[in-house]
Design a protein around this ligand. Sequence first.
Ligand SMILES: CC(C)(COP(=O)(O)OP(=O)(O)OC[C@H]1O[C@@H](n2cnc3c(N)ncnc32)[C@H](O)[C@@H]1OP(=O)(O)O)[C@@H](O)C(=O)NCCC(=O)NCCS
Length: 212
Amino acid sequence: MENLIIIGAGGFALEVIDLIESINTTEEKYKIIGLLDDYKKDFILEKYNVIGKVADYKKFSQNSFVIAIADPNVRESIYSKLKLNDIKTPNLIHPKTEISKYTTLQADSAIVINYSTQISAEVKIEKAVIIDSKSYIGHETTLKSFVTIYPGVNISGKNLINEKTEIGLGSNIIQGLSIGSNSLIGAGSTVINDIKDNVVAVGTPCKPIKDR
Ligand SMILES: CC(C)(COP(=O)(O)OP(=O)(O)OC[C@H]1O[C@@H](n2cnc3c(N)ncnc32)[C@H](O)[C@@H]1OP(=O)(O)O)[C@@H](O)C(=O)NCCC(=O)NCCS
């Protein structure tokens, strides 16, 4: 079994624990050693202990890591430190996810894909992308590094979601658009036009309301 440490001990870490345990029901693959979190001490999530702060990752560098933090900027910062130290970061895919054989995931790069998500053909998924549950990613769409897709999102074909952008709960994006980097699409939005970098955009049709 591969020893695995979870960075983050919040709500998404709870989902990641569930995901890892689901993988293990199919094949005993990962042993969860514990969690690292800067804000929680003497804390137990399900049956797993917080064993240190994020900076303690170096003490555990023989283990593999998953980053269970939805914020793309925090995830990027932690991911680059792990990679500078040559630490293993497996991709974790829930067994109840359907991924086309024509889709490409950047190998061993801390990608997390949660249950009941469907990923169509020729989708490209870069490093440390999170796709939460019940989402659909259409053909030939690219999710650049550190993108976070919250639950219940539908992204149609030939879209480009640029680095560190978050797509809010239950949003829909029609085909062939480009969503800028470091932007946030509000929950329940319908995106029908390109969205630029560094904005918060909301509504139907989705429009920027402020800079980020
Ligand atoms: C977009 C978002 C970040 C805005 O939050 P905020 O910066 O605190 O902004 P406010 O709540 O002050 O809202 C600003 C305006 O946008 C509107 N607005 C906010 N979110 C909206 C949304 N999702 N859809 C439509 N309008 C929205 C507000 O009604 C408000 O309008 P007003 O100025 O006419 O009163 C937030 O509402 C949101 O949707 N976050 C995504 C949450 C999510 O998906 N979480 C996943 C958890 S798993």
